[in-house]
Design a protein around this ligand. Structure first.
Ligand SMILES: [Mg+2]
Length: 198
């Protein structure tokens, strides 16, 4: 199977570093548990465009460069590789951080573990390249299973026929999910579920 991995919140523990950066710059003390929406500006206020500009400043920060993998993700990818699955990263990140995204993935998951890293460029500024949807990318890349932390993308891909695992996080506590979306508390549950059907 080809497994599609979201980057932020699934491979990369991004929220903790964004909050560390935000707290350092603005003297705030936000914590992970307070992030109850995927739209982080709902926590600290302001517009979507201000949030996108903030994230672009964050990409230049030491906090961004110190991003660590999500707990259990390295082991899950390694285990699924050993069982013959293939991996592709499917992220909504902007193209301006394509290189650092690739560097992060190669450093933590191995040089050749991910066959492809596709960025949909959803959170880009102005006129900086075409944008795609995750469902389009999954279809084009032959992704059979997606691991995601945002309910919106999980539902979009499930509706497109991609089996989707939603990694349980404070920001994805929706009551009802599409029947093609399975919530998991830990990435080892993805390994267990996929081990039953190779
Ligand atoms: Mg994500």
């Amino acid at each position: 199977m080809i497994i599609g991995w979201d980057v932020d919140g699934v491979l990369a523990n991004t929220v903790d570093k964004i909050l560390a950066y935000r707290n350092r710059i603005y003297g705030t003390s936000y914590r992970r548990e307070q992030v109850i929406s995927h739209d982080m500006h709902k926590l600290w206020g302001g517009t979507v465009n201000e949030a996108i500009e903030f994230f672009h400043r964050y990409y230049d920060s030491p906090e961004y460069r110190a991003t660590q993998p999500v707990e259990g993700s390295v082991e899950a990818v390694r285990e699924l590789t050993s069982r013959g699955h293939e991996h592709k990263a499917v992220s909504a990140r902007p193209l301006v951080i394509a290189q650092s995204t690739e560097d992060f993935i190669r450093e933590h998951y191995g040089e050749k573990t991910f066959e492809k890293i596709v960025l949909t460029n959803q959170w880009s500024t102005g006129n900086s390249g075409a944008r795609m949807t995750k469902a389009d990318v999954c279809r084009a890349e032959g992704v059979d299973v997606l691991v995601e932390d945002f309910v919106g993308y999980a539902e979009e891909c499930a509706q497109a026929g991609v089996q989707t695992f939603l990694l349980d996080c404070p920001w994805n506590q929706s009551e009802r999910l599409h029947s093609g979306v399975q919530r998991v508390k830990h990435l080892r549950e993805v390994v267990e579920a996929l081990s039953r059907k190779l």
